[in-house]
Design a protein around this ligand. Structure first.
Ligand SMILES: Nc1ncnc2c1ncn2[C@@H]1O[C@H](COP(=O)(O)OP(=O)(O)OP(=O)(O)O)[C@@H](O)[C@H]1O
Ligand SMILES: O=P(O)(O)OC[C@@]1(O)O[C@H](CO)[C@@H](O)[C@@H]1O
Length: 313
């Protein structure tokens, strides 16, 4: 199975570790890292570690594309990003390891124009001639139509492709109407979608009843784990306890794990176990990487998978 990840709004993540951070005060930083990122790039980076052939596309600022190009070359990722004038946005991530908290400041991204969006749409359709599964992930840049994911999913589904969607707000709401193969909202995104305040697995179980007709649905809930729904079955995957370095990209690792599970043709229980191990492995380090195979296996064996009674979505 050949996979494409599409990142319309990539980011260079600047992660600064600052323990006991106090907003409005002068703080000391202990460490920093700059990583080429954005949701689809993170998914691709993890899938490449897993050993899958992966292609990336999207819109990348031509003024600071080198760190992305180095990552793609290092991991053997086929680079089909369209270069556009300007610099890819920065994503500031402040990690407070002492309190096990991460604070994100995401900038908006490069303003894009209709011809750039049209080039991207054509690029995705060209890649559909040689690829089977598409991951559409992250926010849309300013200027992109909010139904862009809807249009891409509709066209890809018409060509018989599998599509995994991970976004939020209106693009998620509209994208769902085109029936992607899988979606992975977190609790906050599901709350927005269903206009309900959700904070527990029980709340989420109730809320997903309004989402019909998806092959796979995954609701991630941070340290509470994730709910996986597939063909009338539902499970709650509870992650193992790990020392967290940064939770940035935990959801992207879960999406990558889900794609790996689709690639392997796993049932819902094993898919949930694999995807949860991917997330647990990725949050123990900064940046989107998988741990060594033996560590991943160990993590898998410590994921608790509980079958739920009401599984229909
Ligand atoms: N503190 C944690 N401890 C253990 N596992 C965690 C923790 N935070 C996240 N995870 C794992 O990662 C998965 C995805 O996390 P989360 O729900 O935070 O995704 P997300 O909000 O989409 O993340 P992001 O947008 O940063 O990629 C969770 O379902 C869980 O398995
Ligand atoms: O603004 P978006 O696209 O929703 O999120 C962007 C982002 O926070 O998502 C990734 C973590 O999931 C980071 O690498 C990146 O900075």
């Amino acid at each position: 199975m050949k996979v494409v990840t599409v990142t319309l709004n990539p980011a260079l993540d600047l992660t600064v570790r600052s323990d006991h951070l106090q907003i409005g005060q002068v703080n000391q930083g202990q460490d920093m890292q700059l990583n080429p990122a954005g949701k689809g790039v993170n998914v691709a980076s993890i899938l490449a570690d897993w050993g899958l052939r992966v292609t990336v596309t999207g819109l990348l600022g031509e003024e600071n594309s080198e760190t992305f190009e180095r990552l793609f070359a290092k991991k053997g990722i086929a680079d089909h990003f369209i270069r556009i004038p300007g610099s890819t946005r920065l994503g500031l991530k402040i990690v407070d390891e002492a309190r096990q908290e991460t604070t994100d400041i995401n900038l908006k991204g490069i303003q894009v124009a209709p011809p750039q969006v049209e080039s991207l749409r054509k690029k995705v359709l060209t890649l559909a001639e040689t690829h089977d599964l598409f991951v559409l992930a992250g926010s849309l840049p300013p200027g992109a139509p909010e139904d862009l994911y809807f249009t891409l999913i509709r066209d890809l589904k018409a060509l018989g492709k599998k599509v995994v969607l991970d976004t939020s707000g209106r693009p998620l709401e509209l994208g769902l109407k085109a029936r992607p193969t899988a979606v992975k909202p977190n609790l906050h995104e599901l709350s927005q979608l269903t206009q309900k305040t959700l904070s527990t697995p029980e709340d989420a179980l109730d809320a997903v009843k309004s989402l019909q007709g998806l092959e796979w649905l995954v609701v991630s809930m941070g340290e509470q784990g994730a709910l996986f729904f597939h063909e009338g079955e539902a499970v709650h995957a509870i992650p193992p306890r790990v020392v967290v370095k940064s939770t940035v990209g935990a959801g992207d690792a879960m999406v990558a794990g889900l794609v790996a599970a689709l690639h392997e043709g796993l049932e819902v229980q094993e898919a949930a176990r694999l995807a949860t191990a991917f997330s647990a492995g990725s949050i123990q380090q900064i940046g989107a990487n998988l741990p060594e195979a033996n560590v991943l296996q160990e993590l898998q064996s410590h994921v608790q998978v509980v079958t739920l009674a009401s599984g229909r979505v």
